[in-house]
Design a protein around this ligand. Structure first.
Ligand SMILES: Cc1cc2nc3c(=O)[nH]c(=O)nc-3n(C[C@H](O)[C@H](O)[C@H](O)COP(=O)(O)OP(=O)(O)OC[C@H]3O[C@@H](n4cnc5c(N)ncnc54)[C@H](O)[C@@H]3O)c2cc1C
Length: 496
């Protein structure tokens, strides 16, 4: 193993690559158990896809926004317990009043209760599809969807085609597909499988839970979800977290010369597999300024970024292939801030749905902030909306002003003309972030989950993988990231 000269060399028990919630939870757990750690992070901040941000209004006043992940649902028990342990407060999403539904013809309907105000036939078809998805979800489960009896069959059909197999009601299909496609995986329903959709639902407990916005988008952290990472980082300590240090090279095993193909001069590699996967080894992680020696690595970055690191020797061939079948979704998170939550004056909750429209979901995202007399709701009203997959591409093709105008026009078609007059407006764009490259998270292409999913949590030599995107419970969510970080740390501790 060599190292580039002029880098500071440090030694730790474990190197963690990535200071998002998964990596920080791994480091926190290891450090509590008496292990030494170094966390290297590409960005100049911790938190990854969670990010407490700001936007200025016309008068120069700064407003708090959550650029990345924010909501917690009641099934996310590991995150809830951690939030409590870290001394953070939470508050419930505002949900009083009626909701708005836009039908495919663009007409606005005001409704209350759980059922969208569609025709009786569409409602019955939607309920049928939801019941069927509940069954498939229970059958597949979150732990090993690739091992389910019908895994291959469900992975060969796109979610859209699967819905179409069971219904001919386009409005019902559009509405039911929202909950997984534009709403969660942020990919068109034709590009991922029914198995992948079932995993998404199983990771939240059931398809019924996904459909219930009051369950899935229940609470937020006062001060923002990034506070979880900031608090973890504080407990780990600045001396062990190295910001602005992308891992460039990961030396993880000594190449075995006996596997080389001398005849064709193919360099030695791990084509015949690795022995003792998970055991400690000799690891060297290099960033631009550091060389860190350790016994194990936790690779806590989203799978679409694994290949940004050079592995020495190269990763086993099945990992090379598997990683190419998992990609980021695409969604723009829209923040519109108003002088007051005007929709409440009309008895509206701010919750809006419209399958097939540019903005398919919209919520009241008014902040509750910490004050001397405890958490208090701000006087400003904030709406958060989402522009997903192909609609996001459409928006990026426009110039900034036309994009804003188009999105506000859409919000106004749910909540009235006043929606066109925000005092501040911001679009979250994680697709443009080099160290994320999309939103919210990654998922497999058609057929990928049943072929490659079994590998995603198997260690490679001394490398453990940890990320929300390869979680079972809390898949694609901060809860899943926390579970993954903790699990990787526990597995390292168990085998030592
Ligand atoms: C717009 C948006 C909205 C979301 N909404 C919600 C929500 O409401 N609720 C919810 O629970 N979840 C939500 N999520 C998802 C949630 O934010 C993620 O699931 C979570 O942050 C994943 O944590 P992680 O640690 O696994 O990965 P990340 O948060 O992506 O952290 C990975 C870290 O690795 C770093 N990194 C990458 N490559 C390298 C390298 N080579 N060397 C060093 N560091 C590297 C990155 O910079 C990053 O800091 C949302 C995400 C987005 C983008």
């Amino acid at each position: 193993m060599t190292k580039t000269p002029n880098k500071s060399t440090i030694e730790r028990d474990v190197v963690v690559i990535g200071a998002g919630p998964a990596g920080l939870m791994a480091a926190y757990t290891l450090k509590k158990a008496g292990r030494s750690v170094a966390v290297v992070e590409a960005r100049h901040r911790v938190g990854g896809r969670t990010w407490n941000g700001k936007v200025k209004d016309h008068a120069g006043v700064e407003h708090f926004i959550e650029i990345g992940g924010q909501w917690i649902s009641p099934d996310q028990t590991r995150l809830i317990a951690l939030v409590e342990e870290l001394g953070l407060a939470t508050f419930q999403r505002y949900r009083e009043g009626k909701s708005v539904y836009r039908s495919p013809d663009g007409e606005r309907h005001i409704y209350s209760g759980e059922d969208l105000p569609t025709s009786e036939k569409t409602l019955a078809e939607s309920k049928k599809l939801i019941a069927l998805m509940n069954q498939v979800t229970a059958e597949v489960g979150a732990q090993e969807p690739w091992a389910a009896q019908r895994a291959k069959e469900l992975d060969e059909i796109s979610f859209r085609s699967w819905l179409e197999q069971h219904s001919d009601d386009t409005e019902a299909i559009d509405n039911v597909s929202i909950y997984v496609a534009s709403g969660m995986l942020t990919k068109p329903a034709r590009t991922f499988s029914a198995l992948q959709a079932a995993l998404m639902a199983a990771s939240a407990g059931s398809f019924d839970n996904l459909v219930d916005e009051d369950f899935i988008l229940d609470r937020r952290v006062v001060g923002g979800m990034q506070s979880v990472s900031l608090e973890l980082a504080q407990r780990i300590g600045d001396e062990d977290i190295f910001l602005g240090q992308p891992a460039r090279t990961l030396h993880w095993a000594t190449p075995d010369p006996s596997t080389a193909d001398d005849l064709n001069a193919v360099p030695a590699d791990v084509r015949n597999g690795v022995k003792n996967n998970g055991a400690a080894g000799d690891v060297l992680v290099e960033t631009d300024d550091l060389a860190i020696k350790a016994r194990n690595v936790v690779l806590a970055v989203p799978p679409n970024l694994y290949s940004r690191i050079q592995y020495v020797p190269p990763l086993p061939r099945e990992q090379h292939i598997a990683h190419q079948h998992i990609s980021m979704g695409l969604v723009i998170k829209v923040h519109a801030i108003y002088d007051r939550p005007f929709w409440r004056e009309e008895g509206l909750s701010g919750t809006c749905f419209g399958g097939g429209h540019l903005v398919q979901e919209l919520y009241d995202n008014t902040n509750v902030i910490a004050t001397e007399s405890g958490p208090q709701e701000e006087e400003y009203g904030t709406l958060v909306g989402f522009v997903s997959d192909v609609f996001a591409e459409e928006m990026w093709a426009l110039d900034e002003e036309s994009r804003k105008e188009r999105i506000l026009q859409e919000i106004a078609s749910y909540l009235g003309e006043k929606a066109k007059e925000p005092i501040a407006f911001y679009l979250s764009d994680m697709a443009a972030e080099e160290w994320t490259r999309g939103a919210y998270a990654t998922s497999y292409d058609l057929g990928g989950l049943s072929r490659w999913g079994h590998l995603q949590n198997q260690p490679t030599g001394p490398i453990y993988y940890a990320c929300s995107d390869i979680a079972a419970e809390g898949y694609q969510h901060v809860d899943g990231a926390i579970r993954q970080g903790e699990k990787a740390a526990q597995r390292i501790l168990e085998q030592a």
